[in-house]
Design a protein around this ligand. Structure first.
Ligand SMILES: [Ca+2]
Length: 436
């Protein structure tokens, strides 16, 4: 009996320790907007993201703090708003502004997790070698970090430019080869190997899998294009029919990661975050790309599966990407050394119908001397530009944000309330001079 009790106590202790050191699987998809089946786009074939949604809480109103790669990723991986990080473009290496900040993976690493970055996690500039490792923050945030190139077979592409060459980046292409001939397939493959290795060794891990797709150029192995035969998609007509630029190859890589969690029975001790890094316009307002303060650009898919989260549910409360860092410190019982801008999403994960925050904030800059800040509430989007211009949109009656109502006199008291919310965030301060 005593032996049985000792064993039970030991198992209980292991369970408690394991619960305090959950694994973290962070999956980032570059430039993913809501072109996902479970986000209400039935033409998109994303079976694996639907499968993840059945295990996760799917956030319907999640907002990035800046709708471009580097500022957005720096923000949510440091837990600070872009007004605080001063990283507001893709050419500033975040350590030049935040040399001593303890990032989310760094905090886990300092506390016994093995942390690994595959693919594009922190934004990486057009650099190679040691400089690339510096941008990836290997040695500080990560024990290991690797980015990948397509194989020679994966570089054989058939496709065309969608703008007749006007925009070089705007092209599609079907490649020869299989998943692992592309960087995203290699990211999945290496992530799986690391998960297997450190799970077998009994060490908690954080694996960040940063997939490049659906970011331009719109390239995937041919088998994914074959799922949409010519004529099977409706052409885009603003704003009623949305072209489902389905992120299919990325969806398949997420499926491989989920298969691994299934096979190793890791769901009970792993927090899985799946997210984009910014939204995207598909020619709404004649604009292809991101960088605006409209809903299409600021709202991004976010799904989280955690041991005590309610699986297969939808949370309609406003949440921000700065909430991700405190969510993980909550699950791992750690304290960041700096004050985090967000709040843990754990209460919403446990009860997705609970009330969330009152507002979500996003920043963009326009050159060195102009910037705009948006505040999104349940009903409204108010944008305040540093040159004094302002915009107000009613998300309930005008979800495509086509009617700016900021000059309507009856909205002035509301605008004062929204300005007061923005005032809590404060203005964008000048960056440090030491940019790379
Ligand atoms: Ca991006």
């Amino acid at each position: 009996m005593r032996r049985f009790l000792s064993l039970a106590f030991l198992l209980f202790t292991y369970a408690v320790l394991a619960a305090l050191k959950p694994n973290v699987l962070l999956i980032i998809s570059d430039d993913l907007r809501d072109t996902v089946n479970c986000y209400g786009n039935p033409a998109a074939k994303t079976p694996n993201l639907n499968r993840l949604a059945s295990r996760a809480v799917r956030f319907e109103h999640a907002y990035v703090q800046y709708p471009v790669c580097n500022p957005s990723r720096t923000s949510f991986l440091t837990g600070l708003r872009c007004e605080q990080t001063h990283v507001v473009n893709n050419s500033t290496m975040f350590r030049s502004q935040l040399p001593d900040i303890v990032t989310l993976p760094q905090l886990l690493r300092q506390n016994g997790w093995h942390t690994t970055s595959y693919g594009k996690v922190f934004h990486v500039g057009e650099v190679m070698g040691e400089i690339r490792e510096g941008w990836m923050d290997v040695g500080k945030s990560w024990d290991e970090g690797r980015m990948f190139q397509p194989t020679s077979e994966g570089k054989v592409i058939e496709g065309r430019n969608l703008t007749g060459g006007k925009l070089r980046w705007c092209e599609w292409g079907a490649t020869q080869g299989a998943d692992d001939d592309q960087p995203d397939g290699q990211t999945a493959k290496n992530s799986i190997a690391t998960i297997e290795k450190f799970t077998a060794g009994g060490k908690p891990w954080m694996v960040a899998a940063g997939f490049h797709r659906p970011h331009d150029p719109f390239i995937s192995p041919k088998k994914y294009f074959d799922l949409y035969p010519p004529g099977s998609l409706k052409l885009y007509h603003d704003p009623t029919n949305i072209t489902p630029l389905a992120p299919l190859s990325m969806d398949a890589q997420v499926g491989r990661l989920m298969d691994t969690l299934d096979r190793l029975k890791l769901w009970d001790n792993t927090v899985v975050i799946f997210c984009g890094d910014n939204g995207y316009h598909h020619n709404e307002r004649n604009w292809w790309n991101k960088s605006t303060l409209f809903e299409r650009s600021c709202r991004v898919p976010l799904m989280i599966a955690a041991p005590d989260a309610k699986p297969g549910t939808v949370c309609r409360s406003l949440v921000e990407f700065v909430d991700l860092y405190p969510t993980i410190t909550d699950y791992s019982d750690l304290q960041a050394p700096h004050k985090l801008a967000g709040e843990s999403l754990r209460p919403l994960l446990q009860n997705p119908s609970a009330k969330g925050r009152d507002a979500a904030f996003t920043l963009v800059t326009r050159g060195a001397n102009k910037y705009g800040q948006a505040v999104r509430t349940d009903r409204w989007r108010y944008i305040q530009w540093s040159d004094g211009h302002a915009e107000l949109y009613d998300e309930l009656n005008d979800p495509e944000e086509t009617h700016d109502v900021h000059q309507d006199p009856k909205n002035q008291p509301l605008i004062e309330e929204l300005k007061a919310l923005l005032a809590k965030i404060g203005p964008l301060q000048p960056a440090r001079p030491r940019e790379t």
